[in-house]
Design a protein around this ligand. Structure first.
Ligand code: ASP
Length: 431
């Protein structure tokens, strides 16, 4: 019997997780779900995160070392960062248009506004506190942060992926510049490590349907607790806000990415979406582009034909700095909060949002819920009280799942475009 394609296996896990989650919330099975189901999701997430650092390190070192000259590296780098930043600016603009046209802030009943502010007050101030640490830093701090003083401490946290990327490129450059016979043992080691890690991705993905089932079940458990009616009330009150975000995300993926793929690469859209589906589904289930990274790389290389040289550079960088979905959501959320609090934002403030959202999304960690922390910085830049995030916290996880899908789709689209522009895209025949 033919084995079911991976994306179908994940879709089945996801659907069953959804059905189970709703039944569990309706029957008060919250603690059973936390004790007996959630751990499988945690194990799955941990396995993915476990291989992210070695994968980036090994594939990037071998990728850079295989480049014949450094000019090529800076050309690919410049192109990648240029497209990343411009697509993010487009995403924020789409978000702003969506929220200004739909005006979701005017549609929240006054009584609900107060209730939301009360319920999420403490949670909101905790997040505002985390944002303060980020805010009190100088303008060049992000660049300073990229250069670690000790490699082992950067490799010890997945939040430091950009530092690992930096070290890998640096080591790769060193390897190009020493005699080939001297560099060979080091390169052989990293090539071997790379093959092992790629094999591990396949092994971990055997667990994907179960892992995704558990992750979705636990997410619903956390959002709904044992009371589904509360969620329905929230969805009702914040429905228009969610529509503004989701519509923006769909337009960005449908027009920006599809347009770029169509006009700047020879990749058929059907092949692209079929190939990248496992990574998108995983992004949705984990809400983490960092945890999804190994699978994104695997899909791009195996299913879309992006060369390892390009994917090992473009994708880890994208997972850390390119977050179009997050930036779009931050723009919608900032204006929505201002609208709800009865504060109009003029054109100057909206331009400030474009600039700060692009910068904030670069600084957002590729983990669940990071986007809402950086939102505080955007709110402060346009003088909207950060306590306002209490208004949107209740539905943030659901939007996080969706914006993470867009973040990952953006990284993969740009990997395809960069690969094609370098003559390094070999679309497999079987697709
Ligand atoms: N969860 C998102 C990601 O990992 C970041 C965010 O918007 O919270 O891409």
């Amino acid at each position: 019997m033919k084995k079911l394609a991976l994306h179908w296996q994940i879709i089945i896990g996801l659907t069953l997780g959804l059905v189970y989650g709703i039944i569990a919330a309706g029957n008060g099975w919250g603690s059973f779900t936390s004790d007996w189901i959630a751990p499988f999701g945690t194990i799955f997430m941990s396995l993915l995160k476990l291989i992210a650092v070695p994968l980036v390190l090994a594939s990037l070192i071998t990728g850079v070392a295989s480049l014949s000259d450094l000019k090529k590296l800076s050309r690919i780098g410049g192109k990648t960062i240029g497209i990343y930043v411009s697509t993010t600016a487009v995403a924020v603009t789409i978000g702003l248009v969506s929220v200004n046209v739909l005006q979701p802030g005017d549609k929240v009943p006054d009584q609900m506004k107060e209730k939301l502010q009360q319920t999420y007050k403490e949670d909101a101030s905790a997040r505002a506190g985390s944002a303060q640490n980020v805010k009190n830093r100088g303008p060049l701090q992000p660049i300073v942060d990229m250069v670690p003083s000790n490699f082992f401490s950067s490799a010890s946290s997945n939040r430091n992926m950009l530092q690992v990327v930096f070290v890998a490129i640096f080591v790769g450059i060193g390897l190009i510049q020493i005699p080939k016979d001297k560099g060979k043992p080091v390169l052989d080691f990293f090539e071997g490590l790379n093959d092992v890690v790629i094999k591990l991705v396949d092994l971990i993905m055997l667990m994907a349907p179960v892992g995704v089932f558990a992750l979705i079940a636990q997410t619903i458990n956390k959002i709904a607790g044992d009371d589904l009616s509360q969620v329905l009330e929230l969805l009702g009150a914040l429905g228009y806000y969610m529509i503004a975000v989701i519509l923006g995300l769909i337009i960005h993926a449908g027009i920006t990415y599809n347009g770029l793929l169509k006009f700047m690469s020879k990749m058929p859209l059907k092949t692209f979406y079929k190939g990248i589906a496992p990574a998108q589904l995983l992004a949705f289930s984990t809400s983490s582009s960092g945890a999804t990274l190994p699978v994104t790389m695997d899909c791009c290389e195996e299913e879309l034909g992006v060369s390892e040289e390009v994917s090992s550079f473009v994708l880890p960088l994208g997972a850390t700095i390119n977050m179009d979905g997050t930036a779009l959501y931050q723009a919608v959320a900032a204006v929505f909060i201002a609208q709800t609090l009865g504060m109009g934002l003029g054109i100057g403030a909206q331009l400030t949002i474009i600039l700060t959202a692009v910068l904030a999304s670069i600084g957002t960690a590729a983990v669940p819920g990071a986007g809402i922390i950086m939102l505080v910085i955007i709110l402060e830049a346009v003088s909207v009280p950060s306590a306002g995030i209490a208004l949107i916290l209740g539905v943030d996880r659901i939007l996080d799942m969706m914006r993470t899908v867009v973040n990952v789709t953006g990284d993969a689209s740009i990997a395809v475009i960069v690969a094609d522009s370098e003559g390094q895209l070999a679309i497999p025949n079987n697709s």
